[in-house]
Design a protein around this ligand. Structure first.
Ligand code: SAM
Length: 224
């Protein structure tokens, strides 16, 4: 898989898979998209719904460059919440790739380095009371002993990777969620919305980031 660093509309970098003409983030703005979809519609929303919770577990499907992870750790920097962040990644980046991302503007750069230098398949404390666990495995084969409060579903788009947008994977996500748990994705496809509803999640269509009309958020309600 040949990847190259490209600059996006907001000045932040992402990676492009040249053969597939597919990018890791929106060409309109990688940071703007990640903050809009995963931080604002996901993390911030979950916090607003669970103000008394003392812990938060996040599952990210597609850790990639670590942008979503770093933004999450940055957002929670002064929060007393205990964080467990599991980032799943089937095709880890090479060090020359993550070093070329110009990630200084994403959050705490020392954390970025520590995140990428961390061993796979072993949880480490990235910040006080906040753990990251990188797992190099496919989502299809991933089995979890624990469930999660928040899922960031950040697979490549359906054009490049249709197999990860099949209904069964949203049922798998629903099973991975705790009651009250929240799933977010940048996608807005009708088939994805219907699959989330079929998995008994309460689905909302929200305004998307620049260049995208809508995105999806789904919640596992007590009735789910
Ligand atoms: C759209 S990019 C995600 C970008 C990432 N969240 C970030 O902040 O850089 C999709 C990611 O999913 C990974 N991926 C693709 N297929 C996968 C699979 N079957 N299981 C796990 N990860 C996969 C890719 O290698 C890539 O890192």
């Amino acid at each position: 898989m040949k990847r190259k660093v490209i600059r996006t509309g907001d000045g932040s970098n992402t990676l492009e898979i040249t053969d597939l003409n597919e990018t890791y983030h929106s060409r309109h703005g990688a940071l703007v998209e990640a903050k809009h979809v995963f931080i604002d519609a996901g993390l911030s929303y979950w916090l607003s719904q669970n103000p008394k919770s003392q812990s938060l577990s996040i599952f990210e499907m597609g850790l990639g460059t670590g942008m979503n992870a770093l933004l999450t750790f940055d957002f929670l920097e002064n929060s007393p919440l205990r964080l467990n962040y599991l980032g799943l990644e089937a095709f880890p980046l090479e060090s020359k790739e993550w070093l070329a991302m110009n990630a200084e503007g994403w959050g705490n750069y020392n954390q970025y380095l520590k995140l990428h230098e961390a061993e796979w398949n072993r949880a480490i404390e990235l910040a006080p009371n906040k753990m990251i666990h990188k797992v190099d495995q496919t989502f299809e084969s991933f089995e979890s002993q624990t469930s999660f409060d928040l899922i960031y579903y950040d697979a490549f788009g359906a054009r490049a990777q249709p197999e990860l947008w099949e209904a069964r994977w949203f049922e798998k996500c629903a099973n991975l969620l705790n009651t009250g748990g929240v799933f977010v994705t940048y996608a807005a496809k009708g088939s994805v919305r219907r699959a989330l509803e079929a998995a008994n999640l309460r689905v909302e269509r929200l305004p998307g980031p620049p260049g995208k009309r809508e995105m999806l958020r789904a919640t596992k309600t007590p009735q789910s």
